[in-house]
Design a protein around this ligand. Sequence first.
Ligand SMILES: *Cc1c(COP(=O)(O)O)cnc(C)c1O
Length: 462
Amino acid sequence: MRYISTRGQTAPQSFADILLAGLAPDGGLFLPESWPQIPAEEIFGFAGKRYAGVAFAILKRFTGDSFTDAELREDIEAAYSDFDAPDIAPLVEIGKGKYLLELFHGPTLAFKDIAMQVLGRLFARALAKEGGKATVVAATSGDTGSAAIAALGGLPNIDVFVMHPKGRVSEVQRRQMTTAPFDNVHNIALEGSFDDAQTVVKQLFADKAFANRAHLTAVNSINFARIAAQAVYYFTAAVKLEKPATFVVPTGNFGDVFAGEAAMRMGLPAHKLVVATNANDIVARALNEGVYESDTVLPTLSPSMDIQVSSNFERALFEASGRDADWVRGAMDTFAAKRSITLPGELRLKLRARYDAGRADDAETLDLMARTFRATGRTVDPHTAVALRVAEKLDARLEDPIVILSTAHPAKFPDAVAQATGQKVPLPRRLAALYDGVERVTVLPHDLAAVRVFIEERLRPA
Ligand SMILES: *Cc1c(COP(=O)(O)O)cnc(C)c1O
């Protein structure tokens, strides 16, 4: 299995290469040369398997000869050994034909753990084989940072630089990152929005001399290994239901919902993937109106989706264009210059055949959380609430069963929960020490040079 770039100017690479590289050198995102196909009988057979077994069956198709079966199995088993739910991603019925897919039972209580726990282990293994060192830079809207720290903190030969937008993540999210007791973890609170942080990461990569010197790499959802690992729970959910479903996905950087497209391209039967955004609705507008246009980022109650440039949308554009890398490269250049591209009609039809989309603002999110609590006694986090509200708004045109991806534990967003329901969510054992730890974080302007100097000063000697 080899990987190509959505911008068509990178030679095909192995899984280990793209795992360690993150972003393609031509600025594009990696995708497999062709999608592995999983036969229907094998998908039905997933019903009798543990989550880790399904993950192995799917991931081994992507890893090629980068790892032996034994290595891959060992890392997957270890990755899922510290989850609070025995089936890792439980499917909970919340109404007739409506289900929550709970993805928040990992170490940092958000769905990012499901992929990051695997990625961290494979990453360390690939690095050890190559005998090198790596500098991981992650821009985070709140949850990727702590998931990356939980997966990579304390590992040899890896330095982790995590940039979050200052003041725009919840206190729990911030403390989860800044109280991590690892010498190889460096937190930066960047002045600006998540998009500013993501831009700085892309600029660091574009500085080839620096990127090579620092052995720079990315574990954001632009890293294809994460997409591959996230495809797994679409299969396990569908197999539990024993029929095709509609998946409603709270969306920011488009990684999680694109993992659904990956699952479908591998053979998973599904009705539709529904993109649910908060007021930062660039992707919902692109799908509904045909113009992909970036606006200024609005802070909301669902901060992990406060994004106006959805990196992984490029992957969906590449596929919907019939894998036309020249078109994607041109479109992305236009977007970089004008912050806007108009999607050609045929491409938009292809996207609409797979994706539906809607948005929910903060008032709707709070109302949904309050109603859910009154009706069922269940507290949901604001990201899940956005998806629940979008599912409700589009209900008439969505086919049952409907699976709503529940991406975070409500305890990560206690203020929003209290505002909506008047309830205090009990602190899970994982967060028990959160308010005792010392915070370590450096505030930086959103300025490439300042960030580069900060990283440079902390690099390990070669
Ligand atoms: C990251 C995140 C999302 C958005 O996922 P994307 O892959 O960026 O679209 C949604 N909800 C929560 C809780 C998250 O942490």
